[in-house]
Design a protein around this ligand. Sequence first.
Ligand code: RM4
Ligand code: MN
Ligand code: MN
Length: 386
Amino acid sequence: MTEEETSVTSDQIEQRLLELVIETPSWGYGDSGTRFATFSQAGRPRDVFERVDDAAEVHRLTGTAGAVALHFPWDAVDDYDALREHIEARGLRVGAVNPNLFQDPDYKLGSITHPDARVREKAVGHLLECLEIADRLGSSAQSLWFADGTNYPGQDDLRARRQRLLDALARVYAELPAGQELLIEYKLFEPAFYATDLADWGSSLLVCQRLGERAQVLVDLGHHAQGVNIEQIVALLADERRLGGFHFNNRKYADDDLIVGSVNPFELFLIFFELAGDTLPRLTIDQSHNVEAKVEAMVLSVVNLQEAYAKALLVDREALRAAQEAGDVLGAHEALLDAYRTDVRPLCGRVRAALGAAEDPIAALRESGYAERVAAERETTQEIAR
Ligand code: RM4
Ligand code: MN
Ligand code: MN
């Protein structure tokens, strides 16, 4: 919190909530599972157009999910103009473009850090292709996550891998269109179980600093070790002007990709408290719904984000600062708790109604019969989306 910050009025809080935009992930609507099983859901979208339709339904109900993040090649189509038209006709825009460098068999030992130059070249080729796709779709960000890493000590040279990574990203950054930024995500482990090439925020930040100011760190809430203070990482990156965005989800153990705010809502509130004083960075959901209904899960996630943000906006920052300056430890803590304990559901319901969305989105979704309708419409083929 800086000196200039003062508490906001209730009109300003409503205004900030009206302006909130969450990107939902196309890949969060398709079937997903664990390495043990994937349980197919009735009504699962069969292609990217139907994934976009689900995203539009989430936006209709919440008023706050006006962008859809895409993943390539999962969402690849022949005609990107047609895809863009479909997205815009549904009242959405394209969020971040996520290149996928972890499924092709060539990437078994890595993509841009692979020991074989041919594989590295192929990976860079995909990253460059995604710059063009983003341009055609009107997207302003590349969101990069690399599964690259090693499983055993000695498997590869850690410094050589880092150099390959820097070289590849410098090539991509050099081609980055003016209207796009590069978001660089990190993750502690998985699928690499010994050394992930970008394992933490510091590794990502160092890469961003080498590349230039349009390279920013992306924080995924599921990508840290147990007990890590994520809100402090957020404060540090924001202070360095290198906080590019989020992948929201929740975890109890590892990269669990559960509904945001479901396990640790206080952490989510504290993260939003760090964000609420500034212009918000890109806010994307990155979840995988294995047993829960996907559209419903996404709606609840957006509602939880609205509520966490509302509570963060309610913090009396003047009282907080006064308590901090007076060394009143619990008084300061209490200023946060006061806001956190406020029931913001009526406020968020009012804001959603003002946006033309549902006051109670989950109830409205259940009453609408959307799930039953798409289950009937989409049951005609066995094709599995992604
Ligand atoms: C990764 C990471 C990426 C996401 C993939 C599907 O764990 O979170 O952001 O694109 O999963
Ligand atoms: Mn992620
Ligand atoms: Mn993840």
